[in-house]
Design a protein around this ligand. Structure first.
Ligand code: ADP
Length: 460
């Protein structure tokens, strides 16, 4: 067998077909992987549509490049596979889109009937008209393919465009545009070829040898991925919101019975004479207070998430005064010296509520973890501005934090020592609040000597 002598057109068609098949297989694997990972049916259906596309391109490309002038059973079989795969591709795109929009499986029975009809039609169009004259052969074989997929892509494009379930992200818009463009291209191509067969000479668009198909198909695959990611993000946001409101409602509802239990324990202690019973009552009271603390922290976390940001000019000295007023009844506050040099220049732009949450938590920690058995317990607060960056430092000469614990103190529910009365949520809440106002927190600490927490903010 000699070296294949492909005309320039066929050689270019071969390259483009190769690129299209590769692209189809890449998208098949991407959607299959996403489908298995996210357990979403529509992704697996879309994956199959790309497999059908790769099958269609490889078989029809093989026929066009190598078997165009021949007649054989092999050629007919490949043509049938190409025809059926091409129809399957659009049926699967439509089915996947249906599954994404309605979030339920498409009836298997209906799909089987559609597949059977497609198969019979593909078989019929190739066998019955494969050898017929150019007109009927083209019209039934290639023409029906272009018409049916053209209409199919148009329907898919309209469905993607018009459904109201999604917030029309860029991916969704791009997908519907590329589906509609592809359909217009198919129908246009069909009309031009038909005109040529009927005798009117019009130069067909396929002069660009599939480059337009390649471009539109790439756009389609890419935008499917984008739409899926947009949809996942929307779902995630919805779930997050539901979780937040569940958290805030539950913790809110739990507070009432806890307050009654605390009241009843107090009354119980007054009534009980026996020492042992009173000890138990005291223990119950302590545990309930701890529970109340945890629930209070969870409530303030979900509140801080809910409140909308309002950036305004804040006076740091005033903010610190208000913070100290809020924690004035905390154990040990009066024994600690607060050192802060107020200055008129200590103003910056940020969100009042988030700043309050941050300061209350940091200041009450500095008090809670202080060491009062020393001559000069202090908390030193400083405000510094470096260009548009504001640095607020809170330094104490309290208990300090060990090297091992330092990287973990911002984790949810982490407490550096089990004897502390905290919930382990305070610094987590601080970090959440800071992420909302685009700030960061740095910590430096020496066990037994003290800690410095520094927050760095962009003066918005
Ligand atoms: P908690 O509610 O337990 O105070 P936080 O998240 O606020 O939780 O703090 C986590 C841990 O970090 C605390 O348990 C404490 O051991 C340590 N910590 C936080 N601030 C200080 C501080 N200023 N001095 C010493 N230890 C601190």
């Amino acid at each position: 067998m000699g070296v294949l002598d492909l005309s320039e057109y066929s050689a270019r068609l071969l390259y483009v077909t190769f690129a299209e098949v590769t692209l189809g297989l890449i998208f098949f694997f991407i959607f299959r992987h996403f489908g298995l990972l996210y357990r979403r049916r529509f992704l697996l259906t879309w994956a199959l549509s790309w497999l059908a596309y790769a099958t269609f391109m490889s078989t029809s490309g093989f026929v066009s490049v190598f078997l165009l002038e021949t007649t054989s059973m092999f050629r007919d079989s490949l043509s049938i596979v190409a025809q059926v795969a091409c129809f399957l591709q659009i049926i699967l795109i439509l089915r996947g889109t249906y599954e994404l929009i309605y979030e339920k499986a498409f009836s298997k029975r209906k799909f089987r009937i559609i597949f059977l009809l497609t198969f019979v039609f593909g078989l019929f169009s190739v066998i019955a008209f494969g050898q017929a004259g150019p007109f009927s052969r083209y019209l039934v074989s290639f023409g029906s393919r272009a018409i049916i997929t053209g209409i199919g892509f148009l329907v898919a494009g309209m469905v993607v465009w018009t459904n109201r379930k999604f917030s029309k992200g860029f991916g969704q818009q791009l997908l519907s545009s590329s589906l509609i463009l592809f359909s217009i291209y198919q129908l246009y191509d069909f009309t031009i070829r038909l005109l040529n067969i009927l005798g009117t000479r019009v130069v067909p668009l396929n002069l660009m040898v599939g480059a337009v198909d390649l471009l539109l198909i790439s756009l389609m695959g890419m935008s499917m991925v984008m739409w899926f990611l947009e949809d996942e993000r929307e779902n995630l946001n919805k779930e997050n919101k539901e979780l937040d409101s569940f958290l805030s409602n539950t913790s809110h509802d739990l507070r009432t019975p806890i307050a009654s239990i605390l009241g009843l324990t107090y009354l119980g202690k007054l009534e009980l004479q026996e020492e042992k019973a009173r000890t138990f009552m005291n223990m119950i009271e302590e545990r309930i207070k701890k529970l109340d603390l945890v629930i209070g922290d969870i409530l303030s976390l979900s509140r801080s998430k809910k409140i909308d940001l309002k950036i305004e000019e804040l006076d740091f000295a005033k903010l610190l005064d208000e913070t100290m007023a809020d924690i004035r009844f905390n154990k040990g506050v009066s024994a600690i010296q607060l050192e802060y040099q107020a200055d008129l220049g200590h103003v910056f732009k940020s969100d009042y509520n988030q700043m309050k949450i941050i300061l209350i938590n940091l200041m009450s920690n500095a008090v809670k973890y202080h060491n009062l058995n020393q001559p000069n317990p202090y908390i030193r607060v400083s405000f510094k501005r470096i260009k548009s960056v504001v640095e607020i430092a809170i330094q104490d000469n309290g208990q300090g934090i060990s090297r091992d614990s330092l990287p973990k103190i911002f984790d949810m529910f982490y407490r550096a020592s089990s004897t502390t009365e905290g919930t382990g949520l305070g610094l987590y809440i601080v970090q959440e609040a800071l992420s909302k106002i685009k700030g960061i927190i740095l910590v430096d600490s020496d066990l037994g000597k003290g800690s410095t927490f520094k927050i760095v903010l962009d003066d918005a």
